[in-house]
Design a protein around this ligand. Structure first.
Ligand code: HPA
Length: 272
């Protein structure tokens, strides 16, 4: 069965459970799962029920699709994403984005937790992602290209929609939340970085580093979607102050910053 056939079957299954009215897609990263409680009139579908959907394996990433309303907008949210370090192929990592496109999603909000490499960042800061550097050893578009998904050589001059960035900044300001703006370096993980790697990431122009989002943003652009992305800085990889970091600390810091992130996303959704 071809990729497009599988996407079609997955989409038909979802539409047999719930109707979608050109929803906005949301991918909820580490520690941001609580955000789903804010979605109203929702229908939840566990990934395990969805044909052809990959299953998530990491603690803190239990998988379900939530379709409902947020800030008066129709949304489809993924609680639990698929990471390359779990052993999924790039095709699996971006599968949900392609299903979202088939469901009519044209705008997507991605969120994640990341390590700050910009020395002016603090743990708990929210960073609006304005650009990325793909340091994954692969790219979700490698392989034969199906023009029905998107072009062979997609433009990447504006990976994150400029007007979304402005609207995210305004949303934060209206809620009196300070935000950072910066470049997210996407790496495979699962190791956190060595001090030399954090230093390298800073030198090449990154402000933060994480293990997700970049493949999804690439696939979303390929599909012609407008992308907004936000990151919670959960630890710091700054020269001279690289401290030990654990998944538990990352989750804890992400959870603490979650109300700020929720508030920005809700205000942003109302504005688009
Ligand atoms: N490095 C990579 N990924 C991460 C980090 C980090 O420091 N923090 C949260 N995700």
């Amino acid at each position: 069965m071809t990729l497009l056939d599988r996407i079609q079957q997955t989409t038909e299954f979802i539409l047999s459970r719930v109707s979608c009215d050109h929803p906005i897609g949301i991918i909820l990263g580490t520690g941001l799962g609580g955000f789903v409680n804010e979605i109203e009139d929702e229908v939840q579908i566990p990934y395990s029920d969805i044909p052809h959907f990959p299953q998530s394996t990491v603690e803190g990433h239990d998988g379900k699709l939530i379709i409902g309303k947020l800030s008066g907008k129709s949304v489809i949210a993924l609680k639990g994403r698929f990471h390359f370090y779990e052993g999924y192929s790039m095709e699996d990592v971006v599968y949900p984005i392609r299903v979202m496109a088939k469901l009519g999603v044209k705008q997507v909000v991605l969120s994640n937790a990341s390590g700050g490499v910009n020395p002016s960042f603090k743990v708990g800061d929210i960073m609006i992602i304005k650009d990325h550097i793909n340091l994954f050893p692969s790219n979700p578009l490698i392989g034969p290209n199906d023009e029905r998904l998107g072009p062979r050589f997609p433009d990447m001059s504006e990976p994150y929609n400029r007007s979304f960035i402005e609207k995210l900044k305004l949303a934060a300001k209206s809620q009196s939340i300070d935000v950072q703006e910066g470049v997210y370096a996407g790496v495979s993980g699962p190791c956190f970085e060595t001090p030399a790697e954090y230093k390298y990431l800073r030198i090449i122009g990154a402000d933060a580093v994480g293990m997700s989002t970049v493949p999804e943003a690439i696939a979303a652009k390929h599909l012609g979607m407008d992308v907004a992305a936000l990151s919670i800085i959960t630890d710091l990889g700054i020269e001279g102050i690289v401290e030990e970091v654990s998944h538990e600390e990352v989750q804890k810091a992400a959870k603490e910053a979650e109300p700020k992130m929720s508030s920005i996303v809700k205000t942003f959704l109302a504005s688009i």
